[in-house]
Write a protein that binds this ligand. Structure first.
Ligand SMILES: *[C@@H]1O[C@H](CO)[C@@H](O)[C@H](O)[C@H]1NC(C)=O
Ligand SMILES: *[C@@H]1O[C@H](CO)[C@@H](O)[C@H](O)[C@H]1NC(C)=O
Ligand SMILES: *[C@@H]1O[C@H](CO)[C@@H](O)[C@H](O)[C@H]1NC(C)=O
Ligand SMILES: *[C@@H]1O[C@H](CO)[C@@H](O)[C@H](O)[C@H]1NC(C)=O
Length: 339
């Protein structure tokens, strides 16, 4: 029905328009990412997944493994916290809307930020699930049974279970049913970039066993760093994201035809489709890190320099053998706010 084999791009696009575009019914991949990133409350929803209005698949997953809802909850919290911290001094600061306009929701199109958030949420779920595996909080991990839950002893190969995290993430986001069109390709790519950013953080840790520190036997396992340590890489992906063109699209689609003339996507990069609106109008009153940061954050409008007294403990010393006593020092520091 949709003969798109010979790169007849226009024809393909027309086919997409003619196909069923159902308003308000994106695939669950988008819905879940949007729900997790947009809801900054701690509202508990009915059902076993607790933190989001879940799909049937998600309900089943949370039912099967009671530790999952907690892992997902941690994933959401750490994703948002890490995002806000990392983008604190950037024009986009992880808000859900651009320029305080509700119409400009980052999920209405596929902006650079939308691509990033898909990677962020997917990476965070992967990380949180892997960590839950390592601490024995998830029953469905491959390590279960072979793993002793104490801090001093780990069985080889059963550290943080990245592969399980990846599997659960794809399942939870309903990766398989994300659609067959080009938008789906883009978002799936963004999810994979996020998941793999976590995989790249795996480090091998080894422990020696033997008499008095000799290393006669060694146990090694893979271990993930804190989620924050993956943010550097994820932010790099945000900056290096590639813009792709497709003929016509809406993010509100359901059943879309299989598009066979696939986009050429460099599998290593985040991909987005729509240019971000100019964010300069939204940075008035934002706090900069330093003067240099103000130059970009304030978009050339300049900044106001204020002074603030910061108190801290200082000149600490031991008194009466065992107590630490400190003075309180007041230091005047400058702070900068965009005009
Ligand atoms: C941890 O588990 C190992 C293996 O079961 C055991 O030999 C070791 O004594 C345990 N350590 C602690 C602190 O409980
Ligand atoms: C894309 O398709 C929509 C209908 O779904 C149409 O309203 C819009 O004008 C099209 N845009 C372009 C650039 O062709
Ligand atoms: C992000 O910036 C907007 C102004 O553009 C501000 O209202 C909001 O509080 C900021 N959010 C965070 C988390 O700093
Ligand atoms: C900071 O404290 C010093 C000394 O107490 C005072 O002179 C100065 O005005 C204070 N600065 C601000 C910005 O409050």
């Amino acid at each position: 029905m949709f003969n798109c084999i010979f790169n007849v791009l226009l024809f393909c696009a027309v086919s997409i328009i003619a196909s069923k575009i159902v308003e308000g019914s994106q695939p669950n991949l988008q819905k879940t990412v949007e729900a997790m990133f947009s809801d900054r409350s701690h509202e508990v929803h009915p059902g076993p997944c607790k933190l989001l209005r879940s799909t049937k698949r998600q309900v089943k997953m949370c039912d099967r493994d009671t530790g999952l809802s907690n892992a997902i909850s941690i994933a959401k919290e750490q994703a948002i916290a890490a995002c806000e911290e990392t983008f604190q001094y950037d024009r986009w600061n992880c808000s859900v809307v651009f320029n305080r306009k509700l119409k400009r929701n980052i999920f209405n199109k596929i902006y650079r930020e939308t691509a990033f958030v898909h990677a962020l949420i997917a990476g965070s779920i992967t990380h949180s699930v892997a960590k839950a595996c390592a601490s024995g909080d998830l029953s469905s991990c491959s390590c279960v049974g072979k793993f002793t839950k104490n801090n001093t002893w780990k069985v080889a190969g059963c550290g943080d279970d990245f592969r399980h995290g990846k599997r659960i993430t794809k399942n939870f986001l309903d990766f398989k049913h994300a659609g067959n069109d080009q938008i789906a390709e883009v978002l799936k790519q963004d999810v994979i970039v996020g998941v793999d950013s976590i995989g790249e953080q795996m480090k091998e840790v080894c422990k020696c066993h033997g008499f008095s520190g000799s290393c006669t036997t060694k146990t090694c396992w893979k271990r993930l760093g804190p989620f924050n340590s993956a943010m550097g890489l994820l932010k790099k992906h945000y900056h290096h994201a590639l813009k792709k063109k497709i003929m016509n699209y809406t993010t509100k689609r359901a059943i879309t035809p299989k598009v066979r003339n696939k986009m050429k996507i460099d599998r290593k990069n985040l991909v987005y489709l729509q240019r971000t609106p100019n964010l300069c109008v939204s940075t008035k009153g934002r706090v900069c890190k330093d003067r240099k940061n103000c130059a970009t954050l304030c978009c050339g409008r300049g900044h106001i320099t204020g002074k603030r007294n910061v108190t801290s403990r200082c000149r600490c010393r031991m008194v009466n053998c065992c107590f630490v006593q400190c003075d309180t020092c007041v230091e005047e520091v400058e702070h900068f706010t965009c005009k």
